[in-house]
Ligand binder design. Structure first.
Ligand code: CUA
Length: 315
């Protein structure tokens, strides 16, 4: 999550501003500490021996160091920032093209909808945004509850998701890879655990992913997973989650249709691995206190095993 190592146009512009500021800060700091060290080294002895005496003058240094230099630095930064804003308009409120993805912030996860005029092609996933490499992608940003802020530092600057307002952002990744992001606006107890991943991949891989995500959930063929499915459907799970192609249709929590194909669980917080999913199902409240996912302690060990086998089979 290094904003100074950009892979997209929006992040590159911000890094171009960030680098000179960082270098200027480091050089100034080094010079100041050098001067302090030099004085400390030269002036050993007691304070009485080195009592400051007013030799007059010196006001010039105060004016130069306190007003002229900061004035020049801030004016230069201001001009550079305004220049960048003109080249790269920050008009988040107006889309420049039709968005293909709609992201809705929730406490504390990201709902990711792939839009299409053809309703058959629309689908919803969570916490993982796939994009084709090298192409600008328009995204619409909404919030279901409080203000959140989308930020994948290597791709773009922060943009808020505000209840009642539709914001827009354009992102582009110039190299394939998995880019981490997180919520950048304090939104409650688990703000720090509201993460996501952007997966930038070749056009072919992206198209294949789209095609697959549009499919309904696969029917598990392994007996454990099948038993897990009946536990899922008869328990509390369908009251919050959707698994497309089944009777689970609720939209309180993340859509689990292709849960097994995602890289993370708990909004980018844990890897999507057996141990993590077990822990999440049994005691989400220990991992993310305050999240809407309850601790489901009613399952026996073998039931839990089968339930997680079903979730992982949702490839
Ligand atoms: Cu969502 Cu902080």
């Amino acid at each position: 999550m290094n904003a100074l190592s950009p892979v997209g146009a929006a992040a590159r512009i911000l890094a171009a501003l960030g680098w000179p500021v960082l270098i200027g800060f480091l050089v100034t700091t080094a010079v100041m500490w050098g001067l302090i060290a030099w004085v400390a080294w030269r002036r050993t002895g007691t304070f009485a021996e080195h009592a400051p005496h007013d030799a007059g003058g010196g006001l010039g240094w105060v004016v130069v160091g306190g007003f002229v230099i900061p004035g020049i630095v801030f004016a230069a930064l201001f001009v550079a920032t305004v220049g960048v804003m003109r080249v790269f308009p920050m008009d988040h409120v107006a889309a420049r093209a039709r968005p293909i993805i709609r992201i809705t912030g929730h406490q504390w996860w990201w709902e990711v909808e792939y839009l299409s005029d053809d309703l058959q092609k629309r689908f919803t996933t969570a916490n993982e945004i796939h994009i084709p490499v090298g192409r600008p992608i328009e995204i619409e940003l909404l919030s279901a509850d409080v203000i959140h802020s989308l930020w994948a530092p290597r791709l773009h600057g922060k943009v808020d998701l505000v209840p009642g307002l539709v914001n827009h952002i354009r992102i582009q990744a110039d190299a394939p890879g998995m880019y981490l992001g997180g919520c950048a606006e304090f939104c409650g107890l688990q703000h720090a655990k509201m993460r996501f991943v952007v997966v930038a991949e070749s056009k072919d891989a992206y198209d294949k992913w789209l095609e697959h995500q549009r499919e309904p959930a696969p029917m598990p063929n392994d007996p454990a997973a099948l038993h897990g499915k009946s536990l899922f459907m008869s328990g509390a799970c369908p009251m919050c989650h959707t698994v497309r192609g089944t009777e689970a249709l609720a939209t309180v929590g993340p859509n689990l249709t292709h849960f097994g194909s995602r890289a993370t669980v708990a909004a980018g917080w844990l890897p999507n691995e057996l141990a993590a999913v077990h822990a999440w199902v049994v005691n989400a409240q220990a991992i993310k206190p305050g999240a809407q996912m309850p601790a489901l302690t009613m399952f026996s060990g073998s039931e839990l095993h089968d339930l997680v086998a079903y979730l992982e089979a949702l490839k």
